[in-house]
Design a protein around this ligand. Sequence first.
Ligand code: K1U
Ligand code: ZN
Length: 172
Amino acid sequence: MALLPILCYPDPRLHKVARPVAAVQPRHRTLIADMLETMYDANGIGLAATQVDVHERLIVIDASEARDQPLVLINPEIVWLSPERQRQDEGCLSVPGIYDGVERAVAVRVQALDGDGRTRTIEAEGLLAVCVQHEMDHLLGKVFVEYLSPLKRNRIKTKMLKAARDARESAH
Ligand code: K1U
Ligand code: ZN
C-alpha cells in the first residue's frame, strides 16, 4: 500500500470531470487500498479519486467514530435527495485548514458499485450524507469553496497559494 499525494486547491486538476469506471480491475483494488490508507493517514472521512489525480468515478469514505467502516463507491449516482436541507461546516483535504458552511440535503440515497463490483444502495444521513455529496462533487470537478462567496473564495485561493509558496521556499 502507498500514501498518495493529495492535490491542493486551486490546482486546476481538481476541476476535471471524472469518467465512469468501465469495469472494476485489479488496478482499482490497488487504488482503493491506497486511497483508504491516504484518507486514514490524513484523518479525513472521505477521499475522491480526483483528489489523488485519478479522474475516474471512485470515492472512499469512513465517517464512523471507530474508523472501522470503510465504504467504497464506484460510479455513484444519487437516486434520492431529501427535500430537507441543512447548512453544516465542511472541510476538505484539498483545502487544508479551511472550514465553512455549505447547505446540502440532510439525507441521500446513492446507488454505486462496491470494491467487488457488486451494485449497492446506500442510505445516508447526517455527516455521512454531507460527505457523500461533498465527494460526489469532487468527481464533477467541484470543490466545496465554490459554494462560498467570490470574496471568501478568493481569500482562500490567495492563502493556499501563499502556503504552497512558503512550503516550497522552506524546502530549499
Ligand atoms: O477532502 C475530502 O473530501 C475529505 C473531507 C470530507 C468532508 C468532511 C467534512 C464535511 C464534508 C466532507 C474531510 O475529511 S475534511 C477533514 C475532516 O476530517 C473532517 C472535517 C469536518 C468534520 C469531520 C471530519
Ligand atoms: Zn474534499
